[in-house]
Design a protein around this ligand. Structure first.
Ligand code: ATP
Length: 217
């Protein structure tokens, strides 16, 4: 669904991504972890076509949706209207399937985006992406600034989406523990380069990754 090959992206003379290769297969859940400024958002922005590659290729097959870092809701619009904006590329603007998948949104439907808690906003941002009926979804910093219980709830919804609808997920996270728990495979990005990749349980057990990202050994 996502195939990135030898991708290099530059902002002026600064290299944000340096020959990055990554794949997300049909129905897979894959994590991209790394510290602040590693280039994670740049990668998703390239997938969305917001940022252009200097070299290398990016291929996305199937309908793709992106939950941007910071949620980016319209604060003065209601939840219902924020959701509908996610359907700008498809004809069907029926929000019912999204409320079915994320039942917690139903009671918020008439609230304005700006009045919601961080976790509620993230739920709306995920719901808005789902309005595009994506076959693959990239979620940029799902957990950032949210409480553990809220994160667990959002993570459960993503896992359900993957298990029940077969939606492929690329999860971009600073929280490596969450990413490894949720995804079967992961990539570690540091300063624009993939420095480790593989099955999440193997990565989580490697001393370098454990020391740098999991607070161990
Ligand atoms: P964060 O979680 O903080 O967003 P990140 O891993 O997503 O980090 P990016 O936002 O992709 O990292 O940034 C990668 C590098 O590119 C950083 O050094 C950043 O300062 C730089 N960068 C990002 N966007 C721009 C831009 N529009 N112009 C110039 N430099 C940029």
């Amino acid at each position: 669904m996502i195939e990135v090959e030898e991708l290099t992206v530059r902002y002026g003379s600064a290299t944000a991504l340096d020959r990055v290769s990554l794949t997300v297969g049909d129905g897979e859940m894959v994590a991209l972890v790394g510290p602040n400024g590693a280039g994670k958002s740049t990668l998703v922005d390239t997938l969305s076509g917001i940022v252009a590659p200097a070299s290398g290729t990016v291929r996305v097959t199937g309908r793709f949706a992106h939950v941007p870092e910071g949620r980016q809701l319209f604060p003065d619009l209601t939840v219902e209207d924020n959701l509908r904006l996610g359907a700008w590329r498809v004809r069907d603007r029926d929000t019912a399937p999204v409320y079915e998948l994320l039942p917690g949104l139903r009671r918020l439907r008439d609230r304005r985006g700006g009045t919601l808690s961080g976790g509620e906003q993230q739920m709306v941002a995920v719901g808005r992406a789902l309005m595009a009926r994506p076959e693959v979804i990239a979620v940029d910093e799902l957990s950032l600034g949210l409480a553990p219980l809220v994160i667990a709830d959002l993570a459960r919804h993503l896992a359900e989406l993957n298990a029940e609808r077969g939606t492929a997920v690329l999860l971009i996270e600073q929280n490596a523990r969450l990413a490894f728990d949720l995804c079967s495979r992961a990539y570690v990005l540091e300063a624009g380069r993939i420095v480790a990749e593989g099955p999440s349980d193997e990565l989580a057990g490697s001393p370098e990754v454990e020391g740098a990202y999991l607070g161990g050994p």
